[in-house]
Design a protein around this ligand. Structure first.
Ligand SMILES: NC(=O)c1ccc[n+]([C@@H]2O[C@H](COP(=O)([O-])OP(=O)(O)OC[C@H]3O[C@@H](n4cnc5c(N)ncnc54)[C@H](OP(=O)(O)O)[C@@H]3O)[C@@H](O)[C@H]2O)c1
Length: 337
């Protein structure tokens, strides 16, 4: 079933090869059609995420079978239903995790990977929800098992991921610490609920964590830096602590690492990447979010922070802003629909 006003073609972004922001191009392409179990969304906003930058640079190709068109999350209105979709109707306002193809006026999503637009959040801002909320919930709550009364450290606290992690960890009753690269970014983390933020450019985060926790360390760390932080992350974990890795911005090889703390403190070292996970895993994450987190987005207790919006045609400027790392929270592309 489809809206009678669906056009034949749409604007979308593609990468002309791999490289810097100059490979970003706008093109006209046919509007995709949903297969069984999928919906077509008329996109109002699409989130820009660091993995899109990595894909453009050639280090994060889409999984086999997925379109090369970038974009991992969208918000908009359902305009066509694939066979067997009964949980959504034409006109519903949703946000969705998509495997690719979000930088476009229309995008196909699995019905099970859609969530309703929360009442307190505009359809534009909802475009920045899925990627960070799926990533943080699955890694911090499901994989890291962060619980009430525990302590939590997130690196890159002012990033899209960081802003979500601070709020979800507070929601689950944790004491929250964040690292960020300037005084303004630290203030932003504390405004979102972090109990303390550490400027990693002026202080050693491991020493600060020792001081803040009376030498105990934290129960869970969400890390996006990787190799260069691994020795200090291991030092910063409390007994039975969990280190969850989601990116490797500081490298992936560590020479001469002393792994004794893993045994002595019974540490768990884990991680994941969201995009290649099976459909059923993403559906399970969506239902956990719907149950545990969405009511708090509806009530306004948790929010999304949009730093800047750009028209779809200015995806290049959006990537330049992300790579400058001056942003606080999310960067979005808007279609004007
Ligand atoms: N595994 C997954 O499933 C998954 C899913 C989504 C995102 N991610 C990853 O999560 C990270 C955050 O994504 P995002 O979209 O939220 O990106 P983002 O908003 O651009 O955030 C990246 C942040 O990292 C900090 N940073 C960059 N390079 C750094 C370095 N060498 N050392 C320390 N801090 C550094 C910057 O903050 P400062 O200025 O404070 O340094 C920046 O705010 C990315 O690495 C992304 O690839 C992983």
């Amino acid at each position: 079933m489809a809206s009678p006003t669906l056009p034949e073609t749409m604007r979308r972004i593609r990468y002309d090869g791999t490289g810097g922001p100059d490979v970003i191009a706008v093109e006209t392409a046919p509007v995709p059609r949903p297969s069984a179990g999928q919906v077509l969304i008329e996109v109002v906003a699409a989130g820009v995420n660091r993995p899109d930058v990595a894909q453009r640079a050639g280090s994060y190709p889409p999984p086999p079978g997925a379109t090369e068109i970038p974009g991992l999350e969208v918000a908009g209105r359902v305009v066509a239903l694939g066979d067997g979709v009964e949980t959504l109707s034409l006109g519903d306002e949703v946000c969705a995790l998509v495997i690719s193809g979000g930088y476009a006026e229309y995008a196909v999503a699995e019905a099970e990977h859609c969530l309703p637009r929360p009442g307190a959040i505009s359809l534009v801002d909802a475009g920045g929800l899925p990627e960070t909320f799926f990533t943080v919930y699955s890694n911090v709550i499901q994989r890291g098992r962060l619980g009430s009364g525990e302590s939590f450290l997130v690196h890159g606290g002012s990033s899209g991921i960081g802003a979500t992690a601070i709020q979800i960890a507070k929601l689950f009753g944790a004491t929250v610490y964040a690292t960020a690269g300037s005084a303004e970014k630290c203030q932003f983390c504390e405004m979102l609920g972090a109990d303390a933020a550490i400027n990693y450019k002026t202080a050693d985060f491991a020493e600060e964590i020792q001081r803040l926790t009376d030498k105990r360390g934290v129960d869970v760390i969400l890390d996006m830096i990787g190799a260069s932080y691994l020795p200090r992350n291991l030092k910063s974990l409390a007994p039975d602590g969990r280190l969850v890795m989601i990116a490797l911005m500081g490298g992936y090889k560590v020479d001469g690492l002393n792994i004794t703390p893993i045994m002595r403190n019974r540490l768990t070292f884990t991680g994941s990447t969201l995009r290649p996970r099976p459909k059923a895993d993403k559906a399970a994450i969506a239902s956990g979010l719907r149950r545990d987190v969405w009511p708090h987005l509806d009530s306004g207790r948790i929010r999304t922070v949009t730093h800047a919006t750009f028209p779809l045609e200015q995806a290049r400027q959006a990537h330049e802003l992300m790579e400058s790392s001056v942003h606080l929270g999310k960067i979005l592309l808007i279609t004007g629909r």
